[in-house]
Ligand binder design. Structure first.
Ligand SMILES: *[C@@H]1O[C@H](CO)[C@@H](O)[C@H](O)[C@H]1NC(C)=O
Ligand SMILES: *[C@@H]1O[C@H](CO)[C@@H](O)[C@H](O)[C@H]1NC(C)=O
Ligand SMILES: *[C@@H]1O[C@H](CO)[C@@H](O)[C@H](O)[C@H]1NC(C)=O
Length: 774
């Protein structure tokens, strides 16, 4: 063997052995540990169920109790290490949970836009692609020993009230959009490998959790009064889609009570609905310390042992499987001693958590199970991942107003730009909450500097904007330059976890600064709004000096690049608002604590979201314009659709038809859908991306929403061309409405489909023959 080859082999050998010595010991079933590797629970070839029962059978009560909490204890006797269940990955691997630490070989991770921004893209492909990238980075960090495999994301609560501080974390106010987002993001995170999980996602917070701290009421004490009707057609929808379509591995129950019962101790919600009806294949976890909260703050039980017992089983029904917080480790043994709980019930909880750990490969005896074992630092913050963060921000930006049109700016006519406002050169503001450490940032100022010369003036010291001291220099800058861009809005000091807003207007003197700068400005003035929740900017919408308004949400690490690409027209914006922008009046007399979605004539209650609220808005749900124009027409759609009744229900047919709305459970829903072909033409002067939003308006009746989204589809349409898209409308899912008892029914008669300003009527008729006429 030539010497050089020996050297090469030696180097290779050393390299390999260096790598293995650096690699972490496995979580369990270490092949180098002669005892543990032979346990049946370590045998990869055995079915997971038998491995889990074998493991449970070997543990003492004390060892089992140690596994009921997020900071799960080691079982050294069986070669099992401790595990921290709590990691977060809302829009990138986050450092919010104790399971994840940045630093060393993992200084940062790709920080995607906050979810409300990504939702505005209405692009389910993008949502899943982001989930895939985040789980690559999560696996890489797990392999490096600095992150877990169980991620308590996404947040799929409905953005019910515009003041909610955590609305930014959600995909908005429409249950179907939120549910679709949940299913797509979860699929991206969990991978597509049968029973195996890439990482385990978690849909939270179940349920009716969308108030943090408002007017003296906080989430730890709030009892949400929710009607059966709103539960079925609003609050349940995203969770149901997450479990049934996304096949999520976990659901988290919330801090609040629903109709007098803490959600984490409510067998009707957890056992009957999540496990029974939706068939969750996974574990249920409490929100952090919520078991402790319902004992010590809500006084739901008189002893801590009763609280512990209720968490694991209420009555004879099993509830949750894992406690985020120490409560169950402290009180479960005593609960067993007092006879409030038995060991079999604890076994059941462990069955659910251990199964997920097995599906993650944690008992396969490798430090990092295949096929993700090779992911490492080189797979985090890659150029491709960072490019997707930029792409997501571009797709999520919403053009609200373009008077003139003033936008896009041009590098020829706008060679100097005044950039004014407290959010002009921000970094962490752009990633919102439940974020991690970004790979790096492009601020709005840095983005715009790539296109033009800039004069930067903060205008206000921060978003609270209490002083007008810097207004004059800001106005001077606007007088001197070819165009003015104001980057204003909110940040986590105004809207955050534990911090709901009290009003919808811009904070402090921001409005005054904007108006004065616009009045002084030599060229066009563009207002860029950074915020999670909606803002009442009617003054700017009505000010002819303000040419353009752009909402960017919290656009993530590459936000500034995306903003400048939109302002200068290298990106044609195609985002749409995922929530209604209400005027300030809307909230003046509206308690955040009133959960009702539907309006009430008797007390003037206005109702919530575009589905039920008829009053004035600043911008409606779905609003968002483009630099080009799109024209819709319907190419084909049925005018009549038969709804076949289930054979053995024919006896009750007369009753249901005379009620004018057939119970969904009485209809043959399988394959009961129809297609609609829509032509979308780009009649403007620029290529663009269009989001087709298809709504249905059910026949009038007291339970029906004004309209509801039945489908959305995003498409590129080149200038001067036309695209035909097919939309499939599932009758039982999307044309049904929910009655006062929470029963889903299909109203017979004329349903109107709305696509842009095109309307089309489809008549639903009950029939005994299962044929769909068109
Ligand atoms: C803008 O922010 C970046 C990143 O924090 C910083 O490096 C730069 O100095 C800031 N620019 C100005 C003009 O303040
Ligand atoms: C349904 O109503 C029709 C007309 O009123 C009646 O003749 C028929 O017997 C009823 N059928 C059932 C199954 O009740
Ligand atoms: C949706 O997002 C994906 C991933 O970024 C992208 O490739 C695709 O072009 C987007 N679709 C549209 C119509 O914009």
């Amino acid at each position: 063997m030539p010497i050089s080859l020996v050297v090469i082999l030696l180097v290779l050998f050393l390299g390999v052995s260096l790598q293995t010595s650096e690699a972490l010991d496995p979580f369990a079933c270490d092949p180098e540990d002669g005892t543990s590797r032979n346990f049946p629970f370590c045998q990869v070839k055995l079915p997971i169920q038998s491995r889990v029962s074998d493991l449970i059978g070997r543990m003492t009560l004390q060892e089992k109790v140690g596994l009921l909490v997020n900071d799960a204890a080691a079982v050294p006797r069986l070669g099992i290490k401790g595990y921290e269940w709590w990691s977060e990955a809302l829009h990138g691997v986050s450092n919010v949970g104790p399971g994840t630490q940045f630093g060393g070989a993992f200084p940062g991770a790709t920080s995607f836009p906050q979810v409300i921004t990504t939702a505005a893209s209405f692009n389910a492909t993008l949502w899943e692609a982001i989930g895939r990238v985040v789980s690559d980075e999560a696996r890489a960090m797990f392999n490096g020993g600095v992150a877990g495999l169980t991620y308590w994301s996404p947040n799929v609560n409905i953005f019910r009230d515009p003041r909610w501080g955590r609305g930014q974390e959600t995909p908005g106010e429409d249950p179907v959009v939120v549910g679709k987002y949940a299913a797509s993001y979860v699929r991206g995170l969990q991978g597509n490998d049968g029973d195996r999980l890439k990482v385990a996602a978690c849909c939270k917070h179940f349920t009716a959790y969308d108030l943090d701290n408002w007017n003296g009421v906080d989430r730890f004490h709030f009892n949400a009064q929710v009607s059966k009707q709103d539960m079925e057609d609003t609050f349940d929808v995203p969770f149901r889609m997450c479990v049934k379509e996304g096949k999520v591995a976990s659901v988290m129950c919330s801090y609040n009570q629903v109709n007098g019962i803490p959600t984490c101790a409510d067998p009707k919600l957890l056992k009957k609905t999540v496990r029974g009806r939706w068939k969750l294949d996974g574990y249920i976890v409490s929100d952090c310390n919520s078991v402790g909260v319902y004992y010590s703050q809500q006084h739901y039980t008189t002893t801590p042992e009763e609280a512990a017992a209720d968490a694991i089983k209420a009555g004879h029904n099993l509830c949750l499987d894992l406690d985020c917080g120490p409560f169950l480790v402290q009180h479960t043994e005593d609960a067993v001693k007092k006879g409030l709980l038995n060991e079999a019930e604890i076994n059941n909880a462990l069955l659910n958590t251990l199964t997920v750990q097995m599906r993650l490969g944690m008992f396969d005896g490798e430090p990092s199970s295949k096929p993700y074992g090779n992911l490492g630092p080189k797979d985090v913050c890659t150029p491709a991942h960072q490019e997707l963060a930029l792409e997501a921000a571009r797709q999520g930006i919403v053009l609200l107003k373009n008077h003139g049109p003033s936008l896009p700016l041009s590098t020829r006519h706008h060679q100097s730009i005044a950039i004014i406002g407290p959010n002009s050169n921000v970094t962490v503001t752009m990633i919102g909450n439940y974020a991690g450490v970004a790979c790096g940032y492009t601020t709005p100022l840095q983005g715009i500097e790539r296109y033009a010369k800039t004069i930067y003036q903060q205008g206000c010291a921060d978003v609270a904007c209490v002083s007008d001291q810097q207004f004059d220099v800001a106005m001077d800058a606007a007088r001197q330059t070819d165009a003015t861009v104001l980057v204003m809005g909110l940040d986590q000091s105004i809207e955050a976890e534990s911090r709901d807003r009290t009003e919808l207007l811009l904070p402090g003197r921001q409005q005054e600064l904007i108006s004065k700068v616009a009045a002084a400005s030599k060229g066009p003035t563009i207002l860029v709004l950074m915020s999670g929740g909606p803002i009442d900017v009617s003054f700017a919408e009505n000010d002819p000096k303000i040419g353009g308004i752009v909402w960017v949400g919290y656009p993530g690490q590459a936000g500034g690049a995306a903003i400048s690409d939109v302002l200068f027209g290298t990106t044609n914006p195609g985002g749409k608002l995922p929530m209604t922008w209400y005027p300030q009046d809307y909230v003046t007399n509206l308690p955040m604590t009133n959960m009702a979605m539907r309006p009430s004539k008797s007390n003037g209650y206005p109702g919530r979201t575009y589905r039920f609220y008829k009053g004035k808005v600043v911008y409606p749900f779905g609003h968002g314009i483009s630099y080009t124009n799109f024209v819709h027409s319907i190419a084909s759609a049925p005018t009549m659709v038969s709804v076949p009744l289930d054979g053995h229900r024919q006896a009750s047919r007369n009753a249901t038809i005379s009620g004018k709305a057939i119970r969904v459970t009485h209809a043959r829903c399988n394959r009961l859908s129809f297609g609609v072909q829509v032509d979308v033409k780009n009649t403007g002067s620029m290529d663009g991306t269009h989001t087709l939003l298809v709504y249905s308006k059910p026949p009038a009746g007291h339970w029906a929403p004004l309209k509801q989204l039945v489908a959305f589809k995003k498409m590129h349409v080149a200038v001067g061309t036309q695209q035909r898209v097919g939309i499939n409308v599932h009758v039982c899912k999307f044309l049904s409405v929910v009655d006062k008892s929470g029963i889903r029914r299909i109203p017979m008669g004329a349903h109107s489909l709305h696509i842009g300003d095109v309307k089309h009527s489809v008549s639903l008729q009950a029939s005994i023959i299962g044929v769909i006429k068109s």
